[in-house]
Design a protein around this ligand. Structure first.
Ligand SMILES: [Zn+2]
Length: 462
């Protein structure tokens, strides 16, 4: 286009595009071309499009294009429309739902765009977040606070503190907060601001002492550190205030280096690392005890997530529905005669206890606990090590909880629930496949017994 719009070409810029010599804008596969509404300018544009077509094989489709003009006679307009073979569009035109106008857009004008962006983010979340996190955690886009399964702020705690270990990007984007982590080692003093950067042991000087200190030191806010160093030594004007005495008293603690060196104090290595910075910025919670029962190297991801919700008491069980004013059936779908709660489903209900007990026997656990708290206690005491038995027990807990929860949902939503036998088969298969795929354990008497109980090939032993 630029090659065609030289001084002698006959092309004239649109009056509002002359200053920046703008001929066109591209967005994705859309093209907007601007020019003065004259026959000679349109001729140049046509020639440029033809040449582009010859070079690239991409042809502008006149039937899908529109021509917008104003301030010209009907005769010129008709001539231009005939030349371009395009239909006439009416201004103001909307692009991606937003009106293209030269004045400022109102918030109502942007509403359509915001809706589209929200839809896009929603669909992205649905696709990207495994197991449709957003639907599980927040019941979709219209969040009713009381019904959100786990608050976003809670999800962002590390796994050890009961969250999912996601990082709140908006916090990492807060540069002003993060700025306090940037400290300088003083070198050639040209890169460090005397009052605005963190180089002094006290803190950022202007933040601690205010503008008064800048004034008293007969300095400027934007002064560099070099203004108070001469020939490798500090060179301050005599202190005229207590604050300046304070500032100068600490100078001897500071070593002067050959070059200025920025240090990111939020990281052990001294350079910016987002995980360390997140660690320094985030709110801290007390560690929870059960996290290692949910998150461990061989855990099956879809099981993790349901088990995590169960640990936090956030699965939407009948007892919770009741507190939200739900007046449908809230009884256990398996035994039909008890209020459905987390502790009933896992595993006080006779149906789920049978499954749980069967699998625990295969892990050679004899006194199989029935109460949730007792199960956690057993897990914390006995399943923390790297033995095959500990791994099997943790996998069983995740798999049984997950499969009971899925079956419960299928029964509730009139799906095709598995029979007890099918369910058991599926649980055993899931665990066996996981161990065979991931595990390598010492060849000893106990592990040989587990191999035969779980029908594991000898490959898992070494
Ligand atoms: Zn029951």
């Amino acid at each position: 286009m630029a090659a065609h719009t030289g001084v002698d070409s006959g092309f004239k810029f649109h009056p509002n595009c002359l200053k920046m010599k703008l001929t066109h804008l591209c967005f994705a596969d859309d093209l907007l071309i601007f020019s003065e509404a004259s026959v000679s300018s349109v001729k140049v544009i046509k020639a440029a499009l033809v040449e582009f077509e010859e070079l690239s094989g991409l042809k502008a489709n006149p039937s899908k294009s529109s021509f917008y003009c104003s301030g010209i006679s009907d005769r010129v307009k008709n001539k231009l429309l005939t030349d371009l073979q395009m239909k006439e569009g009416n201004l103001p035109v909307r692009y991606l739902g937003v009106p293209l106008i030269s004045s400022r857009l109102s918030s109502a004008d942007c509403g359509v765009l915001l809706d589209r962006i929200t839809d896009l983010i929603d669909s992205w979340l649905s696709r990207k977040l495994s197991y449709k996190f957003n639907r599980f955690l927040w019941n979709g886009k219209d969040v009713e606070a009381a019904k959100a399964k786990v608050a976003w702020s809670e999800v962002c705690f590390p796994k050890k503190e009961g969250g999912l270990g996601l990082k709140r990007l908006e916090l990492l984007n807060l540069r002003d907060i993060a700025k306090k982590f940037l400290r300088f080692e003083v070198g050639n003093r040209e890169n460090i601001y005397l009052w605005l950067d963190l180089w002094h042991p006290a803190e950022i000087l202007i933040e601690k002492y205010g503008y008064r200190a800048v004034y008293d030191a007969q300095s400027r806010e934007e002064a560099k550190l070099s203004s108070v160093i001469h020939n490798g030594s500090w060179f301050w004007k005599p202190a005229r205030s207590d604050d300046l005495v304070d500032i100068q008293a600490s100078l001897l603690e500071i070593s002067l280096w050959p070059i200025d060196k920025p240090i990111w104090t939020a990281s052990r290595k001294g350079v910016f690392v987002s995980s360390d910075t997140w660690e320094a910025l985030r709110e801290k919670k007390e560690q929870i005890t059960w996290w290692k029962l949910v998150w461990f190297p061989f855990a099956i991801p879809k099981h993790d997530f349901i088990l995590w919700l169960a640990m936090k008491g956030r699965l939407v069980t009948g007892d919770r529905l009741l507190t939200w004013g739900y007046n449908g059936d809230v009884n256990c779908v398996f035994c039909r005669n008890q209020l459905e709660s987390r502790d009933h489903l896992f595993f006080e209900c006779s149906f789920s206890y049978r499954l749980w007990k069967f699998c625990m026997f295969r892990c050679r656990v004899d006194n199989v606990p029935i109460v949730w708290e007792d199960i956690l206690q057993l897990g914390l005491n006995d399943w923390g090590c790297k033995s095959l038995k500990a791994m099997l027990c943790r996998l069983v807990l995740g798999s049984v909880v997950y499969n009971i929860w899925c079956t419960r949902n299928e029964i509730k939503h009139a799906g095709h629930p598995k029979t007890e036998e099918q369910l058991l088969k599926k649980i055993l298969w899931e665990i066996r496949t996981r161990v065979v795929g991931k595990g390598r354990f010492p060849k000893n008497k106990e592990n040989l017994v587990f191999c035969s109980l779980w029908n594991l090939s000898a490959e898992v032993l070494c």
